[in-house]
Design a protein around this ligand. Structure first.
Ligand code: SF4
Ligand code: SF4
Length: 202
């Protein structure tokens, strides 16, 4: 009797599982299909906004990017994917300034961790969602991200120049005054120190 009972119990369990499975199948049968007809739907294709496909420098409408060539992204990249090549340029006041020469990015070794984007101090980087990056040669995945010609170093107006120079001179004068005050204090301390008593050696 026990085996007949087990038989019907297993049969009921099997039928119950079958009904559940058919319910899932039936539900999927009437659910709208989400298969993308790529590349035919390239124009209308919608991909998630946060999808990371390729690193790029953000250019504004005037063709400027915000990279100051600090190298933070390069140092933080765990794969050595970024190479920030810098150059020195002359500024209006005869000084030298470090600027970006070439921003080289190897898409083939990027893991899309986004550390470079999140640690950039000037928010100069972002990820595009342009996923059509397939190439036949791996070397073609190495890209130069600064693609617009560099603009000359901006020169301040005459008023701004005068202000900058005045501020600089004031800083130099303040530093000199501080150094002189420090030297005077040191000399005074030396003068007021008790002279060594030669008789104490005997
Ligand atoms: S992209 Fe940002 S972190 Fe990288 S070098 Fe330029 S300013 Fe520095
Ligand atoms: S996303 Fe990650 S791996 Fe890719 S370049 Fe940035 S830091 Fe490097």
């Amino acid at each position: 009797m026990g085996s007949v009972k087990d038989y019907f119990s297993s049969l009921g369990h099997g039928i119950s599982s079958l009904v559940k499975g058919m319910q899932v199948t039936g539900k999927e049968f009437v659910t709208p299909k989400i298969t993308e007809r790529y590349p035919e739907n390239r124009e209308t294709f919608r991909y998630p906004e946060r999808f990371r496909a390729c690193l790029e420098l953000i250019y504004d409408s005037e063709g400027n990017h915000k990279c100051i060539a600090c190298g933070t992204c390069e140092r933080n990249c765990p794969n050595g994917t970024i190479n920030v090549i810098t150059k020195m340029v002359d500024t209006w006041d005869g000084k030298k300034k470090k600027k970006l020469d070439r921003y080289v990015y190897d898409l083939g070794s990027c893991t899309f961790c986004q550390l470079c984007v999140t640690t950039c101090p000037t928010q100069a980087l972002t990820f595009s969602n342009d996923f059509e990056q397939a190439v036949f040669t791996r070397s073609k995945l190495v890209k130069q991200l600064n693609y617009l010609p560099e603009k000359p170093e901006p020169e301040p107006t005459e008023e701004e120049k005068a202000k900058i120079l005045a501020e600089r001179e004031a800083k130099i004068a303040a530093a000199k005054a501080a150094a002189a005050a420090k030297a005077a204090a040191a000399a005074k301390a030396q003068d007021s120190a008790p002279a060594a008593n030669p008789s104490s050696d005997n």
